[in-house]
Design a binder for this molecule. Structure first.
Ligand SMILES: CC(C)(COP(=O)(O)OP(=O)(O)OC[C@H]1O[C@@H](n2cnc3c(N)ncnc32)[C@H](O)[C@@H]1OP(=O)(O)O)[C@@H](O)C(=O)NCCC(=O)NCCS
Length: 113
């Protein structure tokens, strides 16, 4: 897990690869928050409470800023996990594959005060 700052909308004025534009747009919806990125546990270590402990720790150190993260709409396990922590959908954009095909999924930005 990394804690970062969401890319601001102004970042889109740079040469952002088209595939990443929806992600940068979504991040800019959560400007000012502490952004959780690349949140994953080794498979053998999942569902043992480590992810919850890590997220709680990040939240307590960033409480004043609010939190945000991105999740794929098809990732039901992660969506359930974040919902239990009180994260709510703020916006979504199409999730395209590497050949720019529509996948039927969206990228969703979730935030928590
Ligand atoms: C999401 C993730 C980081 C959570 O870490 P974790 O260590 O498994 O989390 P916890 O053990 O604290 O689980 C907390 C709760 O979520 C549930 N849960 C987490 N991952 C789950 C999964 N893959 N399937 C079913 N339930 C899951 C647990 O059952 C637990 O529920 P409970 O509190 O009601 O008992 C981890 O499952 C993971 O690495 N997933 C794959 C990568 C991923 O999808 N990351 C999110 C990208 S946005």
């Amino acid at each position: 897990m990394f804690l970062t700052n969401p890319h601001p909308a102004s970042f889109l004025q740079r040469r952002v690869p088209a595939l990443l534009k929806p992600i940068v747009e979504l991040e800019s919806e959560a400007a000012g928050t502490a952004h959780v990125a690349d949140f994953a546990n080794a498979r053998a270590c999942r569902v043992r409470g480590l992810g919850s402990a890590l997220l709680r720790s990040a939240q307590s150190s960033c409480r004043k800023r609010g939190m945000s993260l991105l999740v794929a709409s098809g990732n039901d396990a992660a969506k359930g996990f974040y919902s239990r922590f009180g994260y709510q959908e703020t916006a979504r954009r199409l999730y395209l594959d590497a050949k720019f095909r529509v996948t039927g999924k969206d990228w969703v930005v979730k935030t928590k005060d």
